[in-house]
Design a protein around this ligand. Sequence first.
Ligand code: IMP
Length: 203
Amino acid sequence: MTRKFAGDTLLVATHNKGKLEEMAHLLQPFGVKVVGASDMNLPEPEETEDTFVGNARIKAHAAAMATGLPSLSDDSGITIDALNGAPGVYTADWAETENGRDFLMAMTRANTELENLNAPHPRTAQFRCTLVLAWPDGHDEVFEGVAPGHLVWPIRGKDGFGYDPMFVPQGHETTYAEMDRWEKNKISHRAAAVSKFVAGCFG
Ligand code: IMP
C-alpha cells in the first residue's frame, strides 16, 4: 500500500530550475504548494550511486532529514541505444565545465559519438525520470516514467532545458524544445512519473 501525502506543501528536492518549473506546473491541479531546494537553502548532496533510483533516494532522504518535510526528488537523464545507454545517470555530468553546465557541449558530444560509430537512423533514445518521495521517518515511495523517441542533429527549438533541443518524442515531429511547456508536460517522462506519483500518493 502506497503511503499517502498529507499536507499542503511539498518540498521538491532539486536545484534545477527547469525541473522545478515543470513539476510545479504538473502539480498545479492538485492544489499543492511546491517549494524548491534553493528556496530552503539546502545543500546539493553528492550523487554517488550508479542508478537513477539510487541517486533519487540520496536527494530525497537528505532533504527530508534536513527539513522534516516529505520531500520529492527527481533523478533523470537520457539513455541512447547506440551508446549502450550512455549518458544515462551521467547525463548532467556530460555538461559539466569549470564555469557551470554547458548543454550544447553535452549534446555535441552525444552527436559526435553517434557519428563516430556511424550509428543508423533513427537514433533511438529514451528520457527517463525517477521520482522518490521520502518522509523524515525514512520511508519512501518510488515512481518511474519513460519517454521513448529519437535524436536529431542539428538541434532545434528554444524552449525547455538540458537535452530538449535534440530529442523528438515518439509519435511527434517536433523536439521537446520546439514544444511549449503545456505540450511537453502532457507527454514527457516527468509527466509519466508524476501521474504515477499522483495516483499513488494523492489517490
Ligand atoms: P540530475 O537528475 O540532476 O542528475 O540530472 C539530469 C540531467 O538530465 C539534467 O541536468 C538534464 O540535462 C537532463 N534532463 C532530465 N530531464 C530532462 C528534460 O526533461 N529535458 C532535457 N534534459 C533533461
